[in-house]
Design a protein. Structure first.
Length: 359
């Protein structure tokens, strides 16, 4: 070919590729990408046969990206002593590959700020993460998997932290927990392999791994994991009880400015309040007169009064009959007993009866 013909040739380079599976997570890992360059040109105004380059061939690498989110944005309220109490999270796989994730549950340290403005007061027991079976309802017999298995790109799964709540809590105690999802290789038979690590070098013929995750609540950016926190809050009944005495009469002054002398009648009033965030049920208040120089005045039981010891319903002394339902009272032996089926949060009630100082 003559030099001027070569200099007069018009050439264009076109890159031809085979790229597929484009989605939010990106081109899938292990996608084989082939590229060939083609040169089209003319000589002396005549089109010549295209010339193709060699074909390049490489595998798309794995970009690990996972997001853990808490549902609800508020405390999960529990009652002291409950078991099987759940915190709900979502694990989203933004990786361009189907992934397994190891799940780690961590307790907040006591005194550390929880996600909703309180400070950690207690540690739940037996806190374990379980993967939901797809119905978004925690059922202990169904949700038994403790790691995320083969989660497809651009899909999420619900994960529950399930805990038992200690009995010895007071109202408004809180406990913070953190769920971390860690990218892990798949093992055999649905088991987990080891945690992924970033590839040190680029191998065009292998699927390398690059971490692209953001920082979570307790983990760093680009560490192959992500975390989010949630918290339990204990709602418990907080019961206070106060007892007062009032002189009703004495043998000399009767009801006019009476004194606490032998033979005087004294009214005992017991005020019970629930200042906690949960109802108190099966409340039983007893006052035993044994060993005291007083005797019970029959027929003086009054149940369900106000905080100032007024009002209420007169009760008979036995423990049978319709008057014992809901709020009731009786006197047996040396004990005055009062019962309330439910003392609601923020509620107060009072009970009173009379005794006589022994002559």
């Amino acid at each position: 070919m003559r030099l001027k013909q070569i200099l007069g040739a018009a050439a264009a380079v076109v890159l031809l590729g085979n790229v597929s599976h484009i989605r939010a997570a990106g081109t899938l890992a292990d996608t084989n990408i082939l590229n060939t360059a083609t040169v089209d040109f003319t000589v002396g105004g005549l089109a010549q046969a295209p010339i193709n380059s060699n074909t390049t061939n490489f595998e798309t690498d794995r970009r690990v990206l996972v997001t853990v989110s808490e549902f609800g944005g508020a405390y999960t309220d529990v009652t002291p002593g409950q078991t099987g109490q759940v915190l709900r999270f979502s694990v989203l796989n933004n990786t361009n590959d189907t992934m397994d994730f190891r799940l780690d549950v961590a307790q907040d340290a006591l005194g550390v700020a929880d996600p909703y403005g309180g400070f950690d007061d207690f540690d739940p027991t037996s806190s374990v993460a379980y993967v939901d079976n797809g119905d978004d309802v925690y059922v202990a017999l169904d949700d038994t998997e403790t790691h995320v298995d083969e989660l497809a790109p651009d899909t999420s799964v619900t994960v529950w932290i399930v805990s038992s709540i200690p009995n010895s809590l007071v109202d408004q105690d809180t406990a913070g927990l953190t769920l971390t999802a860690i990218a892990a290789a798949a093992g055999t038979g649905g088991t987990l392999g080891g945690d992924y690590t970033q590839s040190a070098n680029d191998d065009p013929n292998a699927v390398d791994t690059v971490f692209g995750d953001a920082a979570g609540d307790t983990d760093n950016a680009r560490d192959g994991r992500h975390s989010a926190g949630d918290a339990y809050r204990a709602l418990s009944a907080t019961i206070t009880v106060a007892k007062t005495t009032t002189v009703v009469s004495d043998p000399f002054n009767l009801g006019v400015n009476p004194k606490r002398i032998p033979g005087a009648v004294i009214e005992y009033c017991i005020v019970v309040s629930n200042t906690g965030g949960s109802d108190a049920t099966a409340v039983v208040i007893s006052d035993d007169l044994a060993g005291q120089p007083v005797t019970y005045e029959p027929g003086t039981l009054i149940a369900g009064g106000a905080a100032d010891c007024t009002g209420g319903t007169a009760e008979d002394d036995d423990d049978a009959g319709a008057d014992e339902l809901g709020t009731g009272a009786n006197f047996t032996g040396t004990v005055a007993e009062f019962r309330v089926d439910t003392l609601g949060s923020g509620s107060t009630t009072s009970f009173r009866f009379q005794v006589r100082i022994v002559n």
